[in-house]
Design a protein around this ligand. Sequence first.
Ligand SMILES: *[C@@H]1O[C@H](CO)[C@@H](O)[C@H](O)[C@H]1NC(C)=O
Ligand SMILES: *[C@@H]1O[C@H](CO)[C@@H](O)[C@H](O)[C@H]1NC(C)=O
Ligand SMILES: *[C@@H]1O[C@H](CO)[C@@H](O)[C@H](O)[C@H]1NC(C)=O
Ligand SMILES: *[C@@H]1O[C@H](CO)[C@@H](O)[C@H](O)[C@H]1NC(C)=O
Ligand SMILES: *[C@@H]1O[C@H](CO)[C@@H](O)[C@H](O)[C@H]1NC(C)=O
Ligand SMILES: *[C@@H]1O[C@H](CO)[C@@H](O)[C@H](O)[C@H]1NC(C)=O
Ligand SMILES: *[C@@H]1O[C@H](CO)[C@@H](O)[C@H](O)[C@H]1NC(C)=O
Ligand SMILES: *[C@@H]1O[C@H](CO)[C@@H](O)[C@H](O)[C@H]1NC(C)=O
Length: 301
Amino acid sequence: MLGSHTKTMHFFLILLFWQGANTVSINSSLTEDVHKAVISGQSEVIEKIEILEPQTKVFSCETTNVPNKPPNISGYWKKNGAAIESSQQAVNNTDGKYIFSGTFNMEDLGNYSCVFSFSENVRQATFVLNVPAIKGADKPIVSYIGDSVVLKCEIKYGPKTWEWFKVNGTEKEFINATVDTSKYKLCIETNVTKLTVMNLTKEDAGKYLCSAVYDIGPSQGHVELKVLSFTEPLKPFLAIAAEVVVLVTLILLYERQSRSRKQDSETTENGPQSEQTSKLTQDESNGTDGGSSTRHRRVEQ
Ligand SMILES: *[C@@H]1O[C@H](CO)[C@@H](O)[C@H](O)[C@H]1NC(C)=O
Ligand SMILES: *[C@@H]1O[C@H](CO)[C@@H](O)[C@H](O)[C@H]1NC(C)=O
Ligand SMILES: *[C@@H]1O[C@H](CO)[C@@H](O)[C@H](O)[C@H]1NC(C)=O
Ligand SMILES: *[C@@H]1O[C@H](CO)[C@@H](O)[C@H](O)[C@H]1NC(C)=O
Ligand SMILES: *[C@@H]1O[C@H](CO)[C@@H](O)[C@H](O)[C@H]1NC(C)=O
Ligand SMILES: *[C@@H]1O[C@H](CO)[C@@H](O)[C@H](O)[C@H]1NC(C)=O
Ligand SMILES: *[C@@H]1O[C@H](CO)[C@@H](O)[C@H](O)[C@H]1NC(C)=O
Ligand SMILES: *[C@@H]1O[C@H](CO)[C@@H](O)[C@H](O)[C@H]1NC(C)=O
């Protein structure tokens, strides 16, 4: 397998060196498939790559700063953490850089790591192949018994098909909207799927799983649904209403009490109060020393 690939490897090595020296026009459809990782330190380099269908990919790895700059170091590949037997090779020193590449036929998702090993040192870069992530709902969707609700999932690229499941414990049940038309309605716009759940009951609450199926594999997302009864949203309102009733009753009682107390005092202090008002009108009509005395009396009142 690797024998035929060493040729491709050579080709890419040449390509990479050309790129460095001149601006050579290169087959862009080919370069798009080349993913390059440069490892300069000890920490692992992770490159995330999104794929939708089986395809051939070329991964190229480069490292520098190798102590003593030996004429060659060891290089090999790993898939999902396991070394690929025949991939061991000597990677030559080219102007202080060590570069090797590999061509892989991707039939499934997974990880491909290139490993440089020299004098008890190991450096690696990992290309993580995955389908794009689904954008579901971060927060639960809340609706009410008898209502209908729309659950939505969105993804970057339109998949081959969309699927919905209702999660029941550890099981997931496929939702076939064409069978259950009184309960579900499905709407798909390439990269968006909307599942309408109608005539909601308490049993409809829970987790829903949406799946975007690509040729290389599925991408899954979750949407959580909460179904409330109509009295539930009224609860805080009713609590406030009860509080208001209690407060109003208290205020009314207090008012009544203080009014009856006032009436008591009014009947006893009736004499001076009438005298005061007559004095006030007199002062105001006089207008001479009205200012201060009126103010004084107003304070008194
Ligand atoms: C680039 O490569 C592809 C396949 O390897 C080939 O079909 C295409 O003709 C090439 N394009 C150019 C401009 O060389
Ligand atoms: C790698 O380098 C060593 C010297 O460090 C040399 O003896 C050996 O032949 C080289 N191997 C290859 C494949 O170039
Ligand atoms: C690939 O690598 C990522 C990140 O290191 C890890 O989470 C994932 O489990 C790996 N997948 C496989 C199939 O090894
Ligand atoms: C590495 O160098 C050796 C000679 O030192 C040579 O025989 C071999 O072909 C070179 N390997 C590559 C991949 O260029
Ligand atoms: C879905 O496609 C539309 C239109 O092509 C685009 O505007 C939107 O950003 C896409 N959604 C995601 C999550 O990429
Ligand atoms: C969930 O699973 C249990 C047992 O497997 C079953 O009795 C129940 O009907 C299921 N619920 C729904 C909503 O399908
Ligand atoms: C949904 O059910 C209908 C009728 O039973 C069936 O023809 C169809 O293939 C089902 N759809 C899926 C995706 O299973
Ligand atoms: C579901 O609700 C629709 C209106 O949204 C109504 O026409 C239909 O009869 C209801 N179905 C059931 C089974 O309750």
